[in-house]
Design a protein around this ligand. Structure first.
Ligand SMILES: CC(C)(COP(=O)(O)OP(=O)(O)OC[C@H]1O[C@@H](n2cnc3c(N)ncnc32)[C@H](O)[C@@H]1OP(=O)(O)O)[C@@H](O)C(=O)NCCC(=O)NCCS
Length: 283
């Protein structure tokens, strides 16, 4: 059972967190991080947190055996009594928080996961979207999950449509149903997903982008001015190669520059053959 945190739970929660830090998280974090976290999670601090976040506790046999908190769209402080790990309590806590967030219209949740808990969150459908480091807490992995499907959302901004991970087919499917006009503002962000054509969504993003033809040119040129040889390689072999000759012509001087004066990253990718092929089309 899950219920709201009560001030009387503070000592139990503080101990439960410290126990985990010392005996479980210590596998992934150095002693000074563990000590500073243990020092931080006093009963008083837990009580203070409960006033600025929605804090919940899980009960088993009438005893408090876990906790998790929600602050708008972010989940914090998820800990399960270490003797109860693996019995579904963590899942219950997260599912409870997801339903509370969904009810208040939060479309997407995020959380800073400890290195220790990444596999747990992956099991529950969260994806790593970033990483963070702080002196006090060490490394964490920022993870996120859509809890309201794109098709069911009332408001969707251009930003919301940008894929969030390499297998974000939900957003790809959503993008496919949008007009070119709606997608236009996020062309640079979509190009980022062509940095490696082996990423699961990359080829479908390429299919979408190729429809923009000449509009792509300034965005492609920006990539050609980066030092990311791999990205250029995949663009030349994919998107650029798929542009019709009159559009490709607009890249002529860029292609010549790469052929005659390749930068280090371009030399490394051995782009001579593809450049030769492309330039032959527009001679
Ligand atoms: C991470 C934590 C909250 C998970 O709670 P839990 O109650 O043990 O997890 P559950 O039993 O609900 O597990 C749910 C699923 O995740 C899986 N899972 C849990 N921990 C896992 C791990 N470390 N590695 C791989 N899978 C894991 C379970 O096998 C289960 O999968 P299943 O549904 O297919 O059986 C708990 O282990 C914990 O308190 N860890 C230490 C503190 C910590 O790092 N908290 C996170 C701070 S961000």
């Amino acid at each position: 059972m899950i219920r709201a945190f009560d001030t009387d739970d503070a000592l139990t929660i503080s101990r439960l967190i410290s126990n985990n830090l010392i005996h479980v998280n210590s596998r992934d974090y150095p002693p000074h991080i563990i000590s500073s976290m243990v020092a931080e999670f006093t009963p008083e601090y837990v009580t203070t947190l409960s006033k600025v976040r929605q804090m919940f506790v899980a009960l088993a046999g009438g005893k408090v055996v876990g906790t998790a908190s929600l602050d708008e769209d972010t989940i914090y402080t998820v800990f399960v009594d270490k003797d109860h790990h693996g019995s579904g309590i963590g899942r219950l806590l997260i599912e409870h928080i997801e339903s509370i967030a969904r009810e208040s219209g939060v479309p997407r949740l995020q959380l800073p996961s400890s290195l220790t808990a990444v596999r747990f969150y992956e099991k529950l459908g969260y994806y790593a979207v970033d990483s963070a480091y702080s002196e006090q807490m060490g490394h964490s992995i920022i993870m996120a999950k859509d809890i309201i499907p794109m098709d069911e959302r009332k408001i969707i901004t251009a930003q919301d449509m940008i894929p969030t991970h390499k297998s974000d087919f939900e957003r790809v499917e959503f993008l496919k149903k949008q007009s070119l006009e709606r997608i236009r503002p996020i062309l640079p962000e979509l190009l980022v997903w062509l940095q490696d054509i082996n990423w699961p969504i990359a080829s479908e993003i390429e299919d979408l982008l190729v429809k923009f033809q000449a509009e792509l040119i300034p965005h492609i040129q920006k990539v050609l001015h980066t030092k990311d040889g791999g990205w250029k390689y995949f663009l030349l072999h994919g998107l650029i190669n798929r542009l019709p000759d009159p559009v490709l012509l607009e890249l002529k001087s860029d292609l010549h520059r790469m052929q005659d004066y390749p930068t280090k990253d371009e030399q490394y990718e051995e782009l001579e053959d593809i450049l030769e092929e492309l330039l032959a089309r527009i001679r």
